[in-house]
Design a binder for this molecule. Structure first.
Ligand SMILES: [Zn+2]
Length: 145
C-alpha cells in the first residue's frame, strides 16, 4: 500500500517509549522519511512498532510464557491497539476539530482539544457518537442544532 503524506501509521516512539499513532510528514518514493508522533508531537524517522520487531516479539513471547494460563485469554484488546488499527490509512493531518454541532459519521477522524485524535466508531443514539481515542472510547455529543 503506498503511503500518503497526512496518513496515520503505527510506529514506535522513542519519547513515549511505546507504539503510537504517527502522521506521515514526508515521503521519498515508497519510503517514509519523516513522521510525527500524535501523542508527544515529536518528529523523526519512522521506527518499526515494538509489536513487530524481533525484540518486541521476544518480549511478547516471554510475557506469554509467564502469563497465568486460561482466564486471561479472553481479555479485551488494548484500547490503544484498537485505536491504532482504526487509524491506519486515515488522513489524520486533515482531521477536523471536534465540534458538538458537527454532523459525524462512522470512520470520520476528529481532533478533540483534550482527548486528541479520535475515530467515530458508532452512532447508536441520536446526537451521540462513540469515538475511539488512544486511551479508550468516549461518547460525545454531535449534530446538536
Ligand atoms: Zn511520542
Amino acid at each position: 500500500m503506498p503511503y500518503v503524506v497526512g496518513n496515520a501509521i503505527e510506529g514506535y516512539c522513542v519519547e513515549c517509549k511505546q507504539d503510537t499513532v504517527h502522521t506521515v510528514l514526508d515521503i521519498e518514493g515508497l519510503l517514509i522519511r519523516l513522521v510525527r508522533c500524535e501523542k508527544c508531537r515529536t518528529e523523526g524517522p519512522l521506527k518499526t512498532p515494538r509489536s513487530k520487531t524481533k525484540a518486541g516479539l521476544r518480549e511478547v513471547a516471554a510475557k506469554r510464557r509467564t502469563a497465568p494460563p486460561r482466564r486471561r485469554r479472553r481479555k479485551a484488546e488494548d484500547p490503544a491497539q484498537i485505536f491504532r488499527k482504526l487509524l491506519v490509512g486515515k488522513e489524520v493531518g486533515r482531521a477536523k476539530k471536534y465540534n458538538p454541532k458537527a454532523d459525524l459519521e462512522i470512520g470520520k477522524v476528529i481532533k478533540h482539544p483534550s482527548f486528541g485524535i479520535g475515530v467515530v466508531v458508532s452512532m447508536n443514539e441520536p446526537q451521540k457518537a462513540s469515538i475511539a481515542f488512544e486511551d479508550g472510547t468516549r461518547v460525545l455529543v454531535c449534530d446538536r442544532k
